[in-house]
Ligand binder design. Sequence first.
Ligand SMILES: [Zn+2]
Length: 252
Amino acid sequence: MTRFKPKTSFPALMEAGLYGPPSTQLDDGNGFTVRTFKLNAETAMYTPEDCLLPSKTRDALADPSGRQWVKRSPTSVDTGDLSMPFRAGVEAFISALRAAGATVTIAATLRDPKRAYLMHWAWRIVRQNADPLTVPPMNGVNIVWTHEGPDGKYSRHKSIEAARDMVCGFDMLKLGAAPALNSRHTKGCAIDMAILWDQTLSIQNSYGVTVEVSTTPRTGVNPQLARVGESYGVIKFNRSGRDDPHWSDNGA
Ligand SMILES: [Zn+2]
């Protein structure tokens, strides 16, 4: 079994530049801050990038909003797409879980910031009355949020209907808040996974110590299991004890 022993603290890694510099912040004109990143080919880390393009450039590549966008840039379920050192910690933690007899089902790892942008703005147009005419563009996403009616003029109704198709396609109808433009997922530093086991789970932490997880629930929300995850640098997201499948490098 591969064991992950963190030698350097995460702030130190950030200082060393391994986590990339802090994100760029842009005002999207609606009182929200847009933070954008681009994937650095060398380090496979997301780094800040100005997302604004001149409108003429966008028009030449225009592709109207609608359901066809949903199948593009799908969210990965592969731990190999995660950023180091989080990836090593996650893979060691999952190996330990499976070796102990737990079932681990991964629902999401790396989410493309472009997909996050599409989800965020489709949701806000439909649920928060965001104006399709003023959605800020994102570099590399040639979506046009506005649609025309039969008279060839801008149709607010058709624009909202197209955004609604995307909200359905992304399965966000029941979502109570806009999906984040940037999260630990878009940086490759988060994983959603369902974890289940029977009886007592005897699992090794990253220090090679066997921990007997005898408490309930026998799921990823178990506090004893959270301590084991921490030893691998995989931190449980604790939203008031809700059974959320989200783990990340910093608990966010
Ligand atoms: Zn998540």
